[in-house]
Ligand binder design. Structure first.
Ligand code: PHB
Length: 389
């Protein structure tokens, strides 16, 4: 054998020993809103993905991860998301589709994942039915029913007898409204009013007036965090709803760390249920938040960034299990039942639904070391998505 042939043979053997062609990167196409009203979602999710690669290494089963980010701003137009995902599959030849800040984006890309046989890892989009739209979807974030049921139970146990619901008029809002109502009324509570606000440019003034006139014990709200949430909180304060004795309850999307300081002191005392808080006390979260601030000093770790971080963890672990094989069927089989300790707590992938099972915490907004934080005081472990039961 010539020297050259021997070298080739040796490097081939080395590549196979690693379980895959060492030179063949694994391409992940991230579909995320990187500009527009939900640009923070894309930034935070990308931060989480990149932090995972920076702290845990970027090569799994011999395959180096290559990220290709497509901005599907505003994230609410399915057509844009679908066209970009098509480009990722056809032109960039990605192995895995991932990201998905908002539900319309995940809904629009799901049929493409099925058709092109690509694994699709959802890092935020949280409408319960998302995972039913393709057999190749695995979700690393949460669902709205999963986060709405615990706060409904908490409210019923804490002298809140009647509630007015206000939700954004699309998938996650409908899920939040439906699950809250189901759990709260089953616990003896009453729904005294329901409104759905437009996702784009809502005017909260008439809704706030109606709520004030109805005088419920509390308002339950779901809005995708952003400028509109801040506007709602401002209106709630200015119109004196708190002074009228009306409490505010919600899922943790409302006091998201990303907008919490912008909401300001009017968030103090707000009780919510959620799967992630920057203030979660665990060694894993301490290491995560410290690394996060080191890498992104201007951003706060939040539920979006943990969705990206854990979504990347899931991909890495699947690659290790399959020896670098990204075939959609094999990917999903390897993901089913996977369990790990995330900075948010112990999580697993439900083999029946490919959705995440996790602890949901009840938290209260407090000032901790000068910063508004969601301080956890109760928890519901191993909660599956109630939206699928
Ligand atoms: C969604 O569109 O699925 C969505 C967006 C923001 C959230 C939760 C869900 O906070």
């Amino acid at each position: 054998m010539s020297m050259k042939k021997r070298l080739v043979a040796m490097s081939l053997a080395a590549a196979f020993a690693g379980g895959a062609w060492a030179a063949d990167p694994v391409k992940i196409g991230l579909v995320l809103p990187m500009s527009g009203p939900f640009a923070a979602y894309g930034k935070q999710i990308e931060n989480g993905v990149k932090l995972y690669l920076a702290t845990k290494g970027d090569t799994f089963a011999g395959r180096k991860v290559e990220l290709i980010v497509k901005d599907d701003s505003p994230g609410t137009s399915g057509d844009v998301s679908k066209r970009l995902a098509q480009e990722l599959v056809v032109k960039d030849k990605v192995d895995i589709l991932a990201g998905f800040g908002l539900t319309p984006s995940a809904f629009a890309v799901a049929p493409l994942a099925t058709e092109a046989k690509k694994p699709m890892v959802v890092m935020n989009a949280a409408t319960s039915s998302v995972t039913t739209k393709s057999p190749y979807i695995v979700r690393a974030s949460m669902t709205l029913p999963q986060n709405s049921a615990p706060i409904a139970t908490w409210a019923a146990k804490n002298k809140i007898k009647n509630v007015f619901t206000l939700v954004a008029d699309y998938g996650p809002g409908h899920d939040a409204e439906g699950q809250f109502k189901k759990t709260f009324t089953a616990a003896g509570g009453q729904i005294v009013g329901e409104v759905r606000s437009p996702v784009k440019n809502p005017d909260f003034a008439p809704f706030l007036q109606k709520i004030k006139d109805t005088k419920p014990d509390a308002v339950f709200i779901f809005l995708p965090p952003g400028a509109e949430t801040i506007a709602f909180m401002k209106g709630f304060k200015e119109r004196g709803l708190a002074e009228a004795g009306i409490r505010l309850i919600s899922t943790g999307d409302l006091p998201d760390e990303d907008i919490l300081e912008a909401i300001g002191d009017s968030a103090l005392g707000l009780v919510t249920s959620f799967h992630y808080s920057e203030a979660h006390k665990s060694p894993e979260n301490k290491a995560y938040t410290e690394a996060y601030y080191k890498a992104y000093p201007k951003d706060r770790p939040n539920f979006m960034s943990i969705g990206g971080y854990d979504g990347m963890h899931l991909i890495a672990e699947v690659l290790k299990k399959t020896g670098g094989n990204t075939d959609a069927e094999k990917f999903v089989e390897a993901a089913k039942g996977m369990k790990w300790t995330s900075p948010r707590g112990v999580v697993s992938i439900d083999p029946a639904t490919r959705d995440i099972v996790q602890t949901i915490y009840i938290r209260k907004v407090e000032r901790v070391a000068g910063k508004l934080q969601n301080v956890e005081f109760d928890s519901i472990p191993d909660l599956k998505d109630p939206g699928k039961q």
